[in-house]
Design a protein around this ligand. Structure first.
Ligand code: G4P
Length: 536
């Protein structure tokens, strides 16, 4: 196969959701369809427990197991599918955000009883930043949930995306009858079944005929007629282009645990989801079909087990063919590196690969040469963009508890933050270090790893910041003034950009009003997103 054929048969995506909506269950069913696993439970057993345990070593143990499911690869109807796993535990949300930089589309799972939840909103914000195409799967229709019209409205208003139902539920909970596929005009009858993957399906082109009554009670058939008429009148025809550009999300209804609606979802996904697309770099757009290999690191997994202290860097191939044992150029370090044992990931295993194509993810054993966002090429000096940092949620000042180990502490903190465990901001004078994370757990991880891997002792002092705000302005005088007046609330990120730490939304609003030429952002890259809204 040539490169174009390899690209056009690849789909690289992530299944995302607020914890408990059914991400793991859906992923598992997709893998079952693809024959990548044989038994239900194979993925679930690898999942990090959601219970907010404070025993982070236990979580790390589970994370160690789950590295095997970081990327799940399978073939289906001639397609090569790469599902990138995203951790369910909320403290690892930043891992999820970064993983989303390496996919071409996502399936967002929503619980029909709970509707849009906190993490659904945040994940969608990240998708919107990059115009990532989103398919929504409304799950758990076997339970009594919210009215489907209300759900659609909530999706549109809270997720700020247009939606278009492609299937429609008939009844819900105990009276759930099945779904009608509006796109393919097929009725699928619900038959709760956790193991089988066959369902009764009938082609019904004309709902006005007597055909629906062959499968449904008259009241359900009439309601379906009424609903579809309403939907067809209200919604435009599904526009694949708008979906590919990230402006329109097709919506499916089903029940993942019952294998219901999953096959339709997968098949529609395969027919509409984008193939690996071009990626922006600081200097130019890189097209997947370019002959020369390029890729970037979006995730680094460090094994905390002292017996297996290895790190795996995950590289998304963006263009050309990746080959084992070839020399590649690490653009940040300006050095050539060769990978003898790059790995690919199977459902529960990893194995050495010889080549990979755009859309694939390669696992590279790493002894500290990589940072999140690093670029590999065959020689061109490229830096992939679109791998931003997001404002952390929790901020603490790092205190050194052993002055004799200052150097080790410095080195350890730099390396851990390069890996993406947390974000580091440094304030001068005084070399004051502010660590920002999305979860409490990361502070324990840092403390533990600094002690066990670097011999350094530290503690943290809570800081009462609301958000970290990156800044953009063409008025250098105003920025200079801001930095001198607000100096005590400014620190520098890993790329030496000044970041403003607003204690409250009000303080950010004041800064915006007093310094109108400065724009403030909650992410470190601001090509597409709108400036920070103080209401958040
Ligand atoms: P997550 O990865 O998004 O956190 O969710 P996960 O798949 O673990 O699903 C969360 C819970 O919801 C699980 O129950 C799962 O069985 C259940 N679930 C998933 N899909 C459906 C569905 O279509 N209908 C119903 N009724 N439940 C569904 P659990 O009790 O936490 O785990 P388990 O003991 O069932 O495995």
């Amino acid at each position: 196969m040539d490169i174009n054929e390899e690209i056009s048969r690849r789909k690289t995506f992530a299944v995302i959701s607020h914890p408990d909506a059914g991400k793991t269950t859906l992923t598992e069913k997709l893998l079952l369809f693809g024959g990548a696993i044989n038994t239900a439970g194979a993925v679930k057993n690898n999942k990090i427990e959601k219970t907010a345990t404070s025993d982070f070593m236990e979580i790390e143990r589970q994370r160690g197991i789950s590295v095997a499911t970081s990327v799940m690869v399978f073939e289906y109807n001639g397609y090569k599918i790469n599902i990138l796993d995203t951790p369910g535990h909320k403290d690892f949300a930043e891992d999820t955000y970064r993983t989303l930089t390496a996919v071409d589309s996502v399936i967002l799972v929503v619980d029909c009883m709970k509707g849009v939840e906190e993490q659904t909103r945040k994940l969608m914000e990240v998708c919107r930043m990059r115009n990532t195409p989103v398919i929504i799967f409304i799950n758990k229709l076997d339970r009594e949930g919210r009215d489907p019209y209300d759900l659609l409205e909530q999706l549109e208003t809270e997720l700020k995306i247009n939606v278009r139902p492609l299937s429609w539920p008939i009844g819900m909970g105990n009276s759930f009858q099945g779904v009608y596929n509006l796109y393919e005009k097929k009725l699928q009858l619900f038959n709760p079944n956790k193991t089988e993957i066959s369902q009764q399906v009938a082609d019904i082109d004309d709902l006005g005929s007597a055909q629906p009554e062959e499968y449904l009670n008259k009241s359900y058939a009439d309601k379906l007629r009424e609903d579809t008429e309403l939907l067809e009148a209200y919604y435009e025809n599904f526009d694949k282009e708008l979906y590919s550009e990230g402006y329109l999300a097709p919506v499916f209804f089903g029940s993942a645990v019952n294998n219901f609606g999953v096959k339709e979802l997968l098949e529609t996904f395969l027919s509409i989801a984008p193939q690996p697309s071009s990626r922006p770099t600081a200097s130019r757009e890189v097209l997947p079909r370019e002959n020369k290999f390029s890729g970037f690191i979006f995730k680094i997994h460090a094994n905390l087990d002292p017996n297996h202290r290895d790190r795996i860097a995950f590289c998304r191939v963006c263009s050309g063919k990746f080959q084992r044992n070839a020399f590649y150029y690490h653009t940040r370090l300006n050095k050539k590196i060769r990978f003898n044992n790059p790995v690919t990931f199977m459902a529960n295993d990893k194995k050495v690969l010889d080549e990979a194509w755009p859309g694939d993810v390669v696992g590279l054993f790493d002894n500290g040469t990589f940072k999140i966002g690093d670029t590999l090429t065959v020689g061109e000096d490229l830096v992939f963009k679109g791998i931003p940092n997001f404002s952390p949620e929790i901020f603490r000042e790092l205190r050194n508890n052993d002055p004799f180990k200052t150097k080790q502490l410095e080195k350890g903190v730099r390396q851990l933050t390069d890996e993406g465990v947390a974000q580091l901001f440094v304030q001068q004078p005084g070399n004051r270090k502010i660590i920002g994370t999305v979860g409490e757990l990361q502070f324990e991880v840092i403390k533990y790893r600094l002690l066990h891997e670097y011999g350094a002792k530290c503690d943290f002092t809570p800081l009462n910041y609301h958000k970290a705000c990156w800044m953009r302005t063409s008025n250098s005088k105003q920025l200079e003034k801001f930095l001198s007046v607000k100096g005590s609330n400014v620190a520098y990120d890993k790329d030496n950009n000044p970041v403003f730490f607003a204690e409250t939304p009000w303080m950010l609003k004041m800064a915006q009003e007093t310094y109108p030429d400065i724009e403030f952002f909650f992410t470190s890259e601001f090509k597409t997103e709108t400036p920070a809204e103080v209401t958040r």
